[in-house]
Design a protein around this ligand. Structure first.
Ligand code: ZN
Length: 292
């Protein structure tokens, strides 16, 4: 038997494709896999977070609040002690909304008013709901304000903030265990957490609209005027251009779609969509200017 030192055939280690094309193909595949993994983690994290008892959510926000206050930092979770006529009025209306939505203890809302001239309102962890002067001053009547409150309260009731944060944390965890620089992970985390804690998915927005409309109907006996809130956004968008609008609008479904959806929900439940709207208190605009 004779052994030979045979040369391997030419080209067995190189695919027939151009190396750059191969690199791009693999990069795209890796990106798609990462995105899918991220989506999956986001869903799973959001679902798991939704199972956390509300008391635990409260405990965490109180803890964060204490830490921020001790560090001398502004905290979104500090309970605003205010007895201005505006806050009293908002809380009275808010109590009606809580009752109409059948929100139960320990789930309660902490309303915050900011006199910043931005067209925004949002709900965050622990039942903290923020209302801005820039939006409140444009409301045409109380029914639209009730719809706004009911929409934000619905985010709290449906645990949207916590589910968003849970999804973001799961993605951050996934990013942390993958090889890569911590700077990238840090940036990814702040991106996902800021995206998910305050900007809800379109599905969440639609759910909050539908749930909120129930409160408007329960309080006034009809749903008329609820859609004026979205007419206001539409007018605002037209006059200011999309870039000038703040957080409330960025992931919200298109105003027209929302108005149509509200009409459908009213019809499905057999609610009256016509009726007289209730005016805001005469001093409402003065209150907005006076309160801090
Ligand atoms: Zn919303």
């Amino acid at each position: 038997m004779e052994y030979q030192n045979r040369q391997p055939e030419e080209g067995i280690n190189t695919p027939g494709r151009h190396p750059l094309a191969e690199f791009i193909r693999l990069s795209i595949a890796a990106l798609v896999a990462l995105l899918l993994l991220g989506l999956l983690l986001n869903l799973a994290g959001g679902h798991l977070a939704g199972l956390i008892p509300y008391r635990a959510e409260l405990w965490v926000t109180e803890k964060i609040d204490r830490m921020l206050v001790e560090a001398g930092e502004p905290s979104p979770f500090t309970i605003a002690e205010s007895d201005t006529p505006l806050i009293e009025y908002l809380n009275t209306l808010g109590d009606k909304v809580e009752a109409a939505l059948e929100m139960q203890s320990p789930m309660t809302i902490q309303l915050h008013y900011s006199d910043e001239d931005v067209v925004n309102a949002f709900a965050t962890l622990g039942g903290h709901v923020y209302l801005y002067k820039g939006l409140l001053k444009q409301l045409p009547h109380e029914n639209a304000l009730t719809m706004l409150l009911a929409h934000e309260y619905s985010h709290v009731q449906m645990r949207h903030a916590l589910r968003g944060v849970g999804g973001g944390l799961a993605v951050a965890f996934g990013a942390a265990v993958l090889p890569g620089g911590s700077g990238v992970n840090g940036r990814l985390y702040s991106l996902t957490s800021s995206l998910s804690s305050l900007n809800f998915s379109r599905e969440m927005e639609t759910d909050a609209d539908k749930n909120g409309l129930k409160a408007v109907n329960a309080i006034y006996g009809h749903t008329a005027g609820a859609d004026d809130l979205f007419e206001l956004f539409m007018a605002q968008r037209d006059s200011a251009g999309a870039g000038a609008l703040d957080g409330f609008f960025s992931t919200h479904p298109l105003d027209k779609d929302r108005i149509e959806a509200l009409g459908r929900v009213s019809g499905e439940h057999g609610w009256f969509s016509e009726g007289a709207t209730t005016p805001l208190p005469d001093a409402f605009l003065q209150w907005l200017d006076a309160a801090d």
